[in-house]
Design a binder for this molecule. Structure first.
Ligand SMILES: Cc1cc2nc3c(=O)[nH]c(=O)nc-3n(C[C@H](O)[C@H](O)[C@H](O)COP(=O)(O)O)c2cc1C
Length: 198
């Protein structure tokens, strides 16, 4: 009987533990309640779907871009260029019906240097930009869907450096209060299906 009661208590505690909800059947996010956990930055992110109107400040933008520039790269070559798109006319053409005040940060690289390593470097800068925006309390989402259109139609309008092509972009903007990775992120595969120990 004692054992049965203990099991019920343990199951009850697990059910209310942070990150345990029906959307997180694999690796759970920690959620806002554990924002002081040292792994919060890599465990609590999610790709924002809903943004609210409002500007991203220059101070926030400076920190986000500095984080992108601090990303690691092979041989420390830092092959990226960042284009900040604030004009609503342009952001709307890249992501139709985009929320007022959202900005797009386009990560591009020199055409002659788009080896797998350079793409990986740009991906790491992208991830740093994406995570830093969220660490500042903003929403962010990585996009590759519009990249072909950007490279085919908007390079000149966007002022991409000569000979560069877009690799990824990160959308950044303000988000509604009360949304966090526990409520908003998709589920992840269970860890034991991803890891092999030898
Ligand atoms: C390389 C890459 C490309 C992506 N491209 C798009 C895109 O074109 N459009 C879009 O809506 N989301 C895009 N996403 C966002 C993913 O759909 C999102 O990160 C994923 O579903 C996990 O979301 P979650 O962290 O909120 O669970 C992209 C993400 C990555 C990493």
């Amino acid at each position: 009987m004692k054992r049965l009661i203990s099991s019920v208590i343990i199951l009850g505690l697990l059910a209310v533990a942070p990150g345990c909800n029906s959307k997180t059947t694999g690796i759970p996010a920690l959620g806002a309640a554990e924002s002081d956990n040292p792994t919060a930055i890599t465990m609590n992110h999610y790709a924002a779907r809903n943004f609210t109107n409002g500007m991203v400040t220059q101070t926030e933008l400076d920190q986000i871009l500095a984080a992108g520039a601090r990303a690691p790269s092979a041989s420390n070559r830092q092959p990226w260029h960042f284009t900040v798109v604030q004009s609503q006319n342009l952001t709307n053409q890249i992501i139709p019906n985009i929320t007022d005040g959202n900005i797009l940060i386009i990560i591009s690289a020199f055409d002659g240097q788009t080896s797998d390593q350079v793409i990986l470097d740009c991906a790491l800068a992208t991830q740093s930009i994406y995570l830093t925006a969220q660490a500042l309390g903003l929403g962010s989402r990585i996009y590759t869907g519009p990249i072909n259109t950007i490279n085919q139609r908007f390079k000149t309008d966007l002022g991409l450096p000569s000979g560069y092509s877009a690799v990824t972009l990160v959308r950044v903007g303000r988000i509604p209060p009360g949304v966090d990775a526990v409520s908003a992120a998709s589920s992840r595969k269970p860890l034991d299906s991803l890891v092999t120990y030898k």
